[in-house]
Design a protein around this ligand. Structure first.
Ligand SMILES: [Zn+2]
Length: 164
């Protein structure tokens, strides 16, 4: 088994920001890194779930909606993935995400939280979600990071994945 690309990123040097984690087949995967992995508490599951509903709602109604392929949370709960088609760069995503966060922080309810529209409709926490959004917005404006530190991983066969 080959080490998959995202596991070659040194998560101990990853600051909150926006990163390009993959570019393939015309799709770009952006990592919206919200908390500092393994150093700060990850986003609580209920807050992350609300963030997914709100962020997906904004992106899928925005002026770039035709290019939005996927919006969803990272399993480690330290950020969100957004997959786009087209030629979007980190700075484009920073501006879009700031607009999105501005809208999110003005919301008083999470969309689609009935048993009919959500697979775990009780797992929501809007106040905590909005706290995370405000902190992330501040970071995107004042302490922005977008450059990965690559981790040197060498497998048994000597193959190196430092340059994934
Ligand atoms: Zn849901």
């Amino acid at each position: 088994m080959e080490v998959i690309q995202s596991f070659t990123i040194d998560h101990t040097h990853l600051k909150p920001g926006i990163y390009v984690s993959r570019e393939d087949k015309g799709f770009t995967t952006f990592d919206l890194r919200i908390t500092e992995p393994n150093k700060e508490p990850a986003v609580a599951p209920a807050a992350m779930h609300s963030m997914e509903h709100l962020m997906a709602t904004w992106f899928r109604n925005s002026r770039v909606k035709q290019d939005v392929v996927y919006v969803g949370p990272m399993g480690c709960l330290t950020g969100m993935y957004i997959i786009m088609t087209g030629t979007y760069r980190v700075e484009d995503m920073r501006q879009l995400t700031l607009e999105c966060l501005e809208w999110m922080t003005a919301q008083t309810a999470v969309p689609a939280t009935t048993p009919q529209t959500c697979g775990n409709h009780l797992l929501h926490d809007l106040p905590m979600c909005l706290w995370e959004c405000r902190r992330y917005m501040n970071r995107l404006q004042n302490d922005f990071h977008s450059e990965y530190t690559k981790l040197q991983i060498t497998l048994d066969d000597g193959k190196c994945f430092a340059d994934a």
